[in-house]
Write a protein that binds this ligand. Sequence first.
Ligand SMILES: *[C@@H]1O[C@H](CO)[C@@H](O)[C@H](O)[C@H]1NC(C)=O
Ligand SMILES: *[C@@H]1O[C@H](CO)[C@@H](O)[C@H](O)[C@H]1NC(C)=O
Ligand SMILES: *[C@@H]1O[C@H](CO)[C@@H](O)[C@H](O)[C@H]1NC(C)=O
Length: 544
Amino acid sequence: MDMTFSASLLYHHLFLFFLLVLHAPPCPAAGGSWSVLLPSIGISAMHMQLLPNDRVVMYDRTDFGISNISLPNGKCRPNSTDCSAHSVEYDVGSNNIRPLMVLTNVWCSSGTLMRDGSLIQTGGWDDGYRRVRIYKSCGTCDWQEIPNGLNQQRWYATNQLLPDGRQIIIGGRQAFNYEFYPKKSANENSPSLPFLVQTNDPNVENNLYPFVFLNPDGNLFLFANNRAILWDYSKNQVLKTYPTMPGGQPRNYPSTGSAVLLPLRLKQGIADAVQVLVCGGAPKGAFVNANNGKFDGALDTCGRIKISDQNPQWVMETMPLARVMGDMLLLPNGQVLIINGASAGVAGWELGRNPVLSPVTYRPDNQIGSRFEVQNPSTKPRVYHSTAVLLRDGRVLVGGSNPHDKYVFTNVLYPSELSLEAFSPSYLDAGSSSLRPRIISPKTKTKIRYGRRVALTFSVTGPVDPNLVSVTMVSPSFNTHSFSMNQRLLVLDSGNSTKRVGKSTYKIGVTAPPSGNIAPAGNYLLFVVHKEIPSPGIWVRMQQ
Ligand SMILES: *[C@@H]1O[C@H](CO)[C@@H](O)[C@H](O)[C@H]1NC(C)=O
Ligand SMILES: *[C@@H]1O[C@H](CO)[C@@H](O)[C@H](O)[C@H]1NC(C)=O
Ligand SMILES: *[C@@H]1O[C@H](CO)[C@@H](O)[C@H](O)[C@H]1NC(C)=O
């Protein structure tokens, strides 16, 4: 090789190098970290609920075959040869699990944490279609079941806690109606809900597990497939029909996207703007295509709408990563975490492809175009039947993923996943410890009353900017199939009242939410947030 040739080759390489450097997209700052909490909890966590004693109840289904954990004391399910557990209770504090016994099939069901801190779960499949099940955590307690607790079969329904303490159960496969639990009388029926028929794509559905939010005016916002209504459930009346989301692509099961009610910022008892964000899903036709072995790319768009506007319009945004079967969680600092899922295919047995390992955060208050940030990836695919819930310490518990109709651990693209992981958002980095508030008072489990002042004392070791302290309340949601039922976050009215009262001790006064329409009575996690760094939470009990 002569000199001129090698020099020209060198220049050529340098030229390519600069071309690559100059054209590389700006690298979004990655953050957050992952850790495996337990390599196997014995089941594949398909449904999760955090309880007010920092335990998480989880379950998959009773017909997955034999799980990897036995029922206690050699017990077996009645009328069954399966003596393995399909539900467990995870204790966050001790990082241990305890097997539980569900009697009937809980597959693709729904639930709500009730005022008293018990989980009331509804429906499932087969012998579980009309069951209501109660789980009250006490250390040794187990599931209790009420046969025929529901009027209708509820499979893929969505539940919402109501201001009167009951829960509404909306829809389900071939169930174009709704009902309440508990019922006011034995003959309470299940009125039909035409919106569920109108949004049902024949043979494909694309409207199961509808996204439901309690609007601060007391009505329910329902989103299914590609559109939404504001609905007065007490009169079964549609009050407002929102425009179809631009593009008209489906966002609900099996074209599973996710949705959140963005943080409600309270000022003098009023939430100034009520906004919903719907992200991801799969394009029209993706379900049929996936069944024929063609895996369409997931949607990379989100629609955001101010549901309280006179003339509400969707504003579309583009995510850095396309995603189907992602979970959207509200973090204590008001950011949205989008986690789990895949970038091709749809929800259903064997129908998802190309797991998305990196979560993304979304800052609702930033300018459009600078809201998303890609986070550090996990190593474990969490595709169909994966879950995520926020813990009191600010971590996000991640589990599940089983795209097979049995437990399958070998010779498949995405084995049934029995592990439990935690994603720690970057606010938990050690580098932020001098900014992190710690709540000194009130003590956890404090009762707070509607509209009253609540005085909080907290400490921060480093310097505090009193105008950058807020207090948030987050409801513990029921997570399954990429939707977190009952999820809401309130930013309480504090009027920047932070005052220094000691060397590193501060006081802040906030006004509790004004009513059950804004915050249904029950258990919430409360956080003090300083410069976007949340304290460890405390449990509070909202009541009259
Ligand atoms: C099943 O449990 C055993 C013992 O806990 C564990 O060693 C094994 O890895 C688990 N299997 C799977 C597939 O997670
Ligand atoms: C077990 O089967 C018997 C007889 O069919 C039935 O009466 C009973 O309710 C079943 N038990 C459960 C828990 O399903
Ligand atoms: C609190 O401080 C922030 C930041 O300086 C400011 O934007 C906000 O308007 C203040 N709120 C009140 C009620 O003074």
